[in-house]
Design a protein around this ligand. Structure first.
Ligand code: FES
Length: 157
């Protein structure tokens, strides 16, 4: 396998990226989690596209591994199983609906709270999937739930 990586150096992962697993296996599993840069990252495959994000929801540390994927306002979101917060897969924005009482009749509209969940970049290289860690300076709200101390507290519950 090493020979192959050298032979196709144009298709090698960025140096700072982390190996997640074999593409076939992730497609079959649908989702995997892996420690990346000492945080839990969820990698999922949906409609032919790989996505990567912090595994714990920005709201309260819900387990996005079990979240459904649905479209809201034309945007693909993962829905946290704990309190149903909706997070866009591409940007990590929190979406919510609100009603303007001045509007007659009031009609719920989708709005964004901005980026709340740290999204990472899933990269396909040949048969493998890598994640490039998103080290954009934060904090991004999901950061507080990805630490080892949070994981230890969650395990103890
Ligand atoms: Fe995800 Fe509350 S923890 S919605």
């Amino acid at each position: 396998a090493e020979d192959k990586a050298e032979a196709s150096s144009s298709a090698s992962p960025p140096p700072s990226s982390y190996f997640i697993g074999k593409k076939d296996e992730i497609i079959e599993a649908g989702r995997v989690t892996k420690l990346v840069n000492n945080r839990e990252v969820l990698v999922l495959h949906h409609d032919g596209v790989f996505h990567a994000m912090d595994m714990r929801c920005y709201h309260s540390g819900g387990i996005l591994f079990y979240g459904d994927i649905e479209e809201f306002n034309g945007r693909l979101c993962i829905v946290c199983p704990w309190h149903k917060y909706k997070i866009t897969l591409a940007e990590g924005e929190g979406l919510y609906q609100s009603v303007d009482p001045k509007e007659k009749p009031p009609k719920p509209r989708w709005r964004s709270k901005g980026v709340k969940q740290r999204i990472h970049r899933a990269i396909e290289v040949d048969d493998d999937i890598f994640v490039e860690f998103n080290d954009t300076p934060g904090p991004i709200e999901s950061d507080v739930y990805q630490t080892e101390s949070f994981r230890a507290r969650a395990r103890a519950k």
